[in-house]
Design a protein around this ligand. Structure first.
Ligand SMILES: Nc1ncnc2c1ncn2[C@@H]1O[C@H](COP(=O)(O)OP(=O)(O)OP(=O)(O)O)[C@@H](O)[C@H]1O
Ligand SMILES: [Mg+2]
Length: 606
């Protein structure tokens, strides 16, 4: 009866068991695939690898013949195939709203088609083009984390001739979500990388700008302080080589006076010395750059025929930039590196050009100010010369006075005395001449030393007496005989002669009293010159000490008081004047600092 046993139950149970276990296996494969994709998502950054994995799992799980992933190109409203699994890879581009994938992109809803050729939404061109025969289709949108459609995932031709099922749609949607996450992530990472790169670039640019600016600032400061072309060269080359870390820097310039070319070299290994050497036009790298009027980059300097002999190190690379003058090159500036250092390249040209422009301007300004200074000095020499000539009057008067007296003296010793006093005036004259020459050479030195007042005023008195010989002028000199003071004897004597002469001239034919007195008041030596003349004319009172201010006398140049003021100021002192119709009084205040041990002793002192 075993054959008669009811057959129905067992087969039915078997069938459902088979179906169930198949479903279970499928579910396992799906969850396995999702896990695999999930892991890859967390560890793989390469988007193509990820998408390829997703597509191959997808074709496998839904038993499709082919799978395509389209990405949305929003700018052009196109779908572009990113990857195709199960067929040759071709780039497919289609309009949003056209074809199955295009419609899915537009509506954001999945579409399932049993037989494509009976569906009007299907576009056959691709099949015609590739020879492929599409039957069943399933397409679903890819949405990013905010729900925006970013593409379409599509599978074709379910194997076994059936159409795609609800299960397939669920798998497609699950893997679609994974793909969208991967794409989103990768775009995020890409944009982060790009942003980061932009930031790094900007930072580098800023740093470079900052370095350039601070170099230029330092250069500006250093060149402004430079007192000579050598100092200017050293400051420039030192800053420039430090900033670029090049071994050495060189500056080629024509000298102002002769126009001869001199190359100066600053070597960072010998920072204390600046080597100079004469160069012929067009010679060496700097000469070549200057002559050509354009930058010269020698990336491999070893054996370069233009090299000048005897650089104190092996030159590996050179970059030379001409210095632009008004309408021609006025020299050149160069950086030099040695073996083991980086090679100079085009990237260095920008900075060096900036520095060269700066140096060219500094050199031009320097030369211009130098020329101006010479001009100013010449004018000053003229002024000084006129003052000296003005003051020649005193020694001349004294000399001619003694010469007169000599004629009348029959005593040999008396004559000898006059000769000595005359010779002394020649010393005064040559001291004045020296003053002008020293000044022309840029030197102006006061010869301040201790002076015995008694002796000084005795000589002055003697000289003034010669001047007032035969006039109705009473001269009174009063000075503390023990007094010692500090000043430049020759110049203060000149000042006092000028004051005395003015007083004598003011008193004129009527004559009067001329009083000269010296005393120490605190830290100041005060010398007073007072007369009993008519006082200072009102029209010159305010401008008394200016050059060429004169009044009420024939042949006055108006330099006397300007000279007095200059001499007093050279001593750091000041001058006062009081005047009334009973006479004028001038007072000189000469500051007296305590004497130092090294000071020269007064003449004649033991
Ligand atoms: N002691 C004085 N009494 C009256 N006037 C004076 C006296 N000293 C100077 N002055 C006035 O000041 C003017 C300027 O004097 P300053 O010595 O500078 O020039 P100057 O005597 O006119 O010419 P120079 O000294 O060059 O021969 C004089 O012309 C005179 O008018
Ligand atoms: Mg005068």
């Amino acid at each position: 009866m075993s054959s008669g046993a009811p057959p129905a139950k067992a087969p039915l149970g078997d069938e459902s068991a088979t179906r169930l276990s198949e479903q279970l296996r499928r579910e396992r494969r799906v969850s396995h695939a999702l896990r695999e994709v999930g892991t890859a998502l967390g560890s793989t950054l390469d988007l193509d690898d990820l998408l390829e994995l997703i597509l191959s799992k997808l074709t496998d799980l839904v038993e499709a013949d082919r799978a395509t992933l389209y990405l949305l190109d929003e700018a052009r409203n196109d779908l572009v195939s990113k990857l195709v699994a199960g067929g040759e890879v071709r780039s497919i581009r289609m309009k949003v709203g056209h074809g199955i994938a295009g419609l899915v992109a537009q509506s954001g809803e999945p579409i399932r088609v049993e037989d494509a050729y009976r569906d009007t939404r299907f576009e056959r061109e691709w099949d015609l083009l590739t020879g492929y025969r599409t039957t069943s289709m399933l397409a679903a949108p890819l949405r990013n984390h905010v729900g925006r459609t970013i593409g379409v995932l599509q599978v074709l031709n379910k194997k076994g001739g059936k159409g795609f099922s609800d299960d397939d749609e669920a798998i497609l949607s699950a893997l679609g979500t994974q793909a969208a996450v991967a794409i989103d992530n990768s775009r995020l990472v890409l944009s982060l990388i790009q942003k980061n790169k932009q930031l790094v670039d900007t930072k580098e640019q800023l740093e470079r700008k900052f370095r350039e600016l601070s170099l230029l600032f330092e250069l500006e400061r250093a060149t402004a302080r430079a007192q000579s072309i050598d100092e200017l060269a050293r400051a420039t080359l030192e800053q420039m080589t430090r900033a670029t870390e090049a071994r050495a820097g060189a500056l080629l310039l024509a000298t102002e006076d002769t126009g001869d070319l001199v190359e100066r070299l600053f070597d960072r290994d010998r920072p204390e010395s600046l080597a100079r050497r004469p160069v012929k036009a067009g010679e060496g790298w700097l000469g070549a750059a200057m002559q050509a009027g354009e930058p010269l980059l020698v990336e491999d300097a070893a054996g370069d025929p233009r090299a000048l002999a005897a650089y104190p190190f092996d030159v590996a690379s050179v970059l030379a930039i001409p210095l632009e003058g008004e309408n021609r090159s006025i020299g050149a500036l160069a950086l030099l590196t040695t073996t083991g250092e980086r090679r100079l390249g085009d990237a260095d040209t920008g900075l060096l050009r900036l520095v060269a422009a700066n140096v060219a301007t500094a050199v031009r300004l320097f030369n211009a100010s130098q020329a101006r200074e010479v001009g100013e000095r010449l004018t000053s020499i003229g002024r000084l010369l006129s003052q000296v000539i003005h003051d020649f009057k005193t020694p001349m008067t004294v000399i001619s006075g003694h010469a007169q007296l000599m004629v009348d003296a029959d005593d040999r010793t008396a004559r000898q005395e006059h000769v000595e006093l005359i010779l002394k005036q020649f010393d005064v004259l040559s001291a004045m001449q020296r003053e002008v020459l020293d000044f022309a050479r840029g030197k102006s030195a006061l010869f301040v030393r201790r002076v015995y007042m008694k002796k000084f005023f005795a000589e002055l008195e003697g000289q003034i007496r010669l001047e007032i010989e035969g006039m109705r002028v009473e001269l009174l000199v009063s000075v503390d005989s023990k007094l010692v003071a500090r000043f430049d004897e020759a110049r203060v004597a000149r000042a006092l002669h000028n004051l005395a002469r003015n007083a004598i001239e003011a008193m004129g034919e009527h004559g009067g009293r001329l009083e000269i007195a010296a005393e120490l008041r605190g830290q100041e030596l005060v010398i007073r010159v007072a007369d009993s003349g008519p006082g200072i004319p009102a029209e010159v009172e305010g401008t008394l000490f200016q050059s060429f201010v004169t009044s009420g006398k024939r042949g006055g140049t108006g330099l006397g008081l300007a000279i007095v003021k200059k001499i007093v100021e050279e001593h750091g002192g000041r001058i006062d004047v009081r005047s009334s119709e009973r006479g004028a009084t001038f007072e000189l205040f000469l500051p007296q600092v305590p004497a130092t041990a090294a000071e020269p002793r007064p003449e004649g002192a033991r």
